[in-house]
Design a protein around this ligand. Sequence first.
Ligand code: SAM
Length: 280
Amino acid sequence: MKALNALFFLLLLFVAQPGIAQIKLDFGDDQYKPVRGQTGKDVVWIATNDDLVTKMLKTAQVGPSDLLYDLGAGDGAIAIAAAKDFGARAIGIEYNPKLAALAQRNAERAGVADKVKIISGDLFKEDFSKASVVTLYLLPELNLQLRPILLKMKPGTRIVSNTFDMVDWEPDVEIDQPGKAFFWIVPADVAGVWALEHFDPQLKASLSLSQRFQHIGGSLTIGDKTQPLLNPRLTGDQLQFSYIDQDNLLRVVHATINGSTMKGGSKGAITQIDFSGVRR
Ligand SMILES: C[S@@+](CC[C@H](N)C(=O)[O-])C[C@H]1O[C@@H](n2cnc3c(N)ncnc32)[C@H](O)[C@@H]1O
């Protein structure tokens, strides 16, 4: 199985990333020299190309307030770039202790040892729930194994995966150049019926939402009138939709989801109303 994984990976490297002409072959230092494609616990080691690292981190809008976790950190390239070029704190989890030690030395050489920590451990056992950004360069089945864990992370957490997608969890952004990568924002769980308070000055209101990952649909009931939501969108914990009020005017609703409560505002041409909501 591991040999097959290695073969699959090496094939992909040349087939899926044809834009990457310059392949770096010399890694490591005088203490340890890893070899591209060398066996790892669940997946072989191949470093993400520098240009793709930059593109992945830019797409995830990594910045100084972020804590990035690279799951399967290899020689630390992603964690180091996140700290050095984007000002983030970064933690890499790497199973191979020699690679983990090399990655930490690389962070020291890059002058970002104060911001980068490499843990020698198993990505399926270490806790990365505090990450605001998670990066991956694993395998399709490992992405699928991680998917339920990633979806339980704080809404708004950004995830970028080199080469491999998450099957029917469609990416929010697909990166095609200088290699293939996929970007997602963890959506809040919003499915269900929400009772809305102060949404309408006189009438009772409720919101019914259905959800598949970041895709949502639903209806709004005010008094005895129910209408479909117009252009409903969910980005992390930010819910937005529009509807037509009793004067036939468009209102735009923004709300922030916090577990089973929401707080938001409904804006029309003249009035702005603040409301709250609780999931029933
Ligand atoms: C394809 S490399 C990616 C390295 C780095 N993230 C990058 O993109 O440059 C995958 C890395 O995951 C490591 N790895 C494999 N299974 C692991 C596990 N269960 N826990 C932690 N690291 C693992 C391998 O040793 C290898 O360094």
